[in-house]
Design a protein around this ligand. Structure first.
Ligand SMILES: NC(=O)c1ccc[n+]([C@@H]2O[C@H](COP(=O)([O-])OP(=O)(O)OC[C@H]3O[C@@H](n4cnc5c(N)ncnc54)[C@H](O)[C@@H]3O)[C@@H](O)[C@H]2O)c1
Length: 479
């Protein structure tokens, strides 16, 4: 493979030229029917199905992600998203009729879902294929043109995405601009009709500020510290297997991974043992060591490897103990599943999103303490509750705010096409997936048509004589 394009000059058209071509094309695409949108989605689907091996290879080269894990977490979710859109597109795009209130009798009204226009998608590196192409599916289903900026941290996948898009689309429909922050910043200067950003809350703020210059709408899919509460009523072995899977898959670099565990003090020790067993069974089944396991991915680069090691060192300096893990390998960005106990609340690992295979276990006595702890931090992207205590469940659901909640499981909600996916405040703004993704890239345009002129409107026109005053008073009282 050739090296990744890093500056706009290496492309045939500049960012501004592509933007201007897409503005013209997006006007033409407004009058397209859904068949043409479906044709684009179908082409994308066929390309992905035909090139599964290339996708697996590219992501393996980026951070040694096992091929089956690529299928489960990168290819399958995108194919699900495409199939769901193809099945539902006609319904989604159909104008939605709405009833008239009594005061507007004689009118008919409907909502027309029009494409927003020229959209920018900025993607992160942690699911480099899924999180670039998933939003693209929604944007195309809604009839938009797209400029796509994949992450510079996964160069092999980003180059493959560029190749795929180049083979499937003209640059006035979809165009990739690969590169780092400088490319993002150039793109963010333009008056896009919508920006869909997935990444960190810190960069989300930069994107939102840039969007504000043009009053461009944004969807921000951000991160945060997603807690997993484990109470004394849960099946510990089952909970441990699910938490270990959700935490250590993709080497912990998952926005909805359980960031830390809040365990009832009576089950914390037993849970720790189950977590250690589960991590070994899932990610080192051959018992050769996690570093030799074909089922365990790597940290994406040295910068993140160093960041995560610093989190571990800081936790240890603040009194934490390592229940599992400890032996890292800088030459291959390898950090084994690491479980920490006795972590101080002031340790950085309890303050920043971990985004790596490190799982601190905190304990609580009363469920109210766990809730207070969560509410003391920015609202998380996901919250997990493991237990069968209906009053605990109710207390948690009613007294915390998060992008999503999973009960007795974790991460799975990402793959449910009928659930809106996204965060709240610090963990995100707006929703994606399925209908919700279609809506993120659509303008809900209300259309009101006057039919028989029975409405009260003209009767309240000036001059405001006694008759008009009486009508207005009646309107306010009864309609
Ligand atoms: N909510 C979700 O769906 C979701 C999914 C995956 C990851 N995330 C979050 O993403 C973060 C990890 O991903 P990341 O490290 O790639 O995020 P990031 O914010 O560093 O980068 C994301 C994208 O923004 C670009 N970028 C970086 N700095 C920029 C700047 N100053 N100006 C303009 N653009 C800039 C990058 O080139 C990249 O394409 C975590 O916080 C994680 O929780 C969220």
């Amino acid at each position: 493979m050739s090296t990744v394009k890093t500056t706009p000059e290496t492309y045939s058209s500049s960012i501004e030229e592509v933007f201007s071509k897409q503005q013209k094309q997006s006007l033409l695409m407004r009058s397209e029917n859904t068949k043409q949108r479906a044709r684009r989605l179908k082409a994308l689907q066929l390309w992905i199905e035909k090139n599964q091996k290339s996708i697996q290879d590219a992501i393996y080269r980026d951070f040694k992600k096992p091929a089956v894990e690529v299928n489960i977490t990168e290819i399958y979710p995108v194919l699900t998203e495409i199939r769901h859109a193809l099945e539902n597109l006609n319904n989604w795009a159909k104008p939605a009729k709405v009833d008239a209130p009594l005061s507007l009798v004689g009118t008919t009204s409907y909502i027309q879902y029009e494409p927003k226009g020229v959209c920018l998608i900025i993607a992160p590196w942690n699911f480099p294929f899924n999180l670039a192409i998933g939003p693209l599916v929604s944007a195309l289903a809604a009839g938009n043109t797209v400029v796509l900026k994949p992450s510079e941290m996964t160069p092999h996948t980003s180059e493959l995405i560029d190749t795929m898009i180049g083979e499937l689309f003209k640059e006035d429909e979809v165009r990739v601009f690969n590169g780092g922050i400088e490319i993002s910043q150039e793109l963010l200067k333009l008056p896009f009709d919508h920006i869909f950003f997935t990444g960190s809350p810190a960069v989300g703020k930069i994107v939102m500020k840039a969007a504000a210059e043009h009053l461009t709408s944004v969807t921000l899919e951000l991160g945060g510290k997603s807690p997993a509460i484990v109470d004394q009523t849960c099946n510990l072995k089952d909970a441990a297997e699910k938490i270990a899977w959700g935490k250590f898959i993709n080497n912990g670099q998952t926005c909805v991974a359980p960031d830390y565990v809040l365990a009832h003090h009576s089950v914390a020790d037993a849970l720790k043992e189950h977590l250690i067993t589960a991590a070994r069974q899932l990610f080192d089944s051959q018992k050769q060591g996690f570093d030799l396991s074909a089922d365990y991915a790597r940290i994406v680069n040295r910068k993140h490897y160093d960041r995560i090691n610093e989190l571990i060192s800081d936790a240890l300096e603040n009194g934490a103990e390592i229940a599992m893990g400890g032996e890292t390998k800088p030459d291959e960005n390898f950090i084994p599943p690491t479980i920490l106990t006795g972590v101080s609340e002031n340790a950085t690992v309890m303050e920043e999103e971990i985004f790596g295979p490190v799982l601190p276990i905190q304990t609580y006595d009363k469920i109210e303490e766990a809730i207070e702890f969560i509410n003391g931090k920015p609202k998380p992207l996901a919250l997990y509750y493991f237990g069968r205590h209906s009053s605990n469940k109710k207390l948690i659901l009613n007294n915390t705010s998060s992008g999503a909640v999973c009960i007795n499981d974790c991460v799975l909600h990402f793959n449910h096409p009928n659930l809106p996916f996204g965060g709240v405040n610090n963990s995100g703004l707006g929703k994606s997936h399925g209908w919700h993704g279609f809506m993120a890239f659509s303008n809900e345009k209300p259309v009101l048509k006057q039919r028989v002129g029975l409405t009260t409107s003209k009767t309240v026109y000036p001059p405001y004589n006694n008759r008009v005053r009486q009508i207005v008073n009646l309107l306010m009282k009864y309609f």
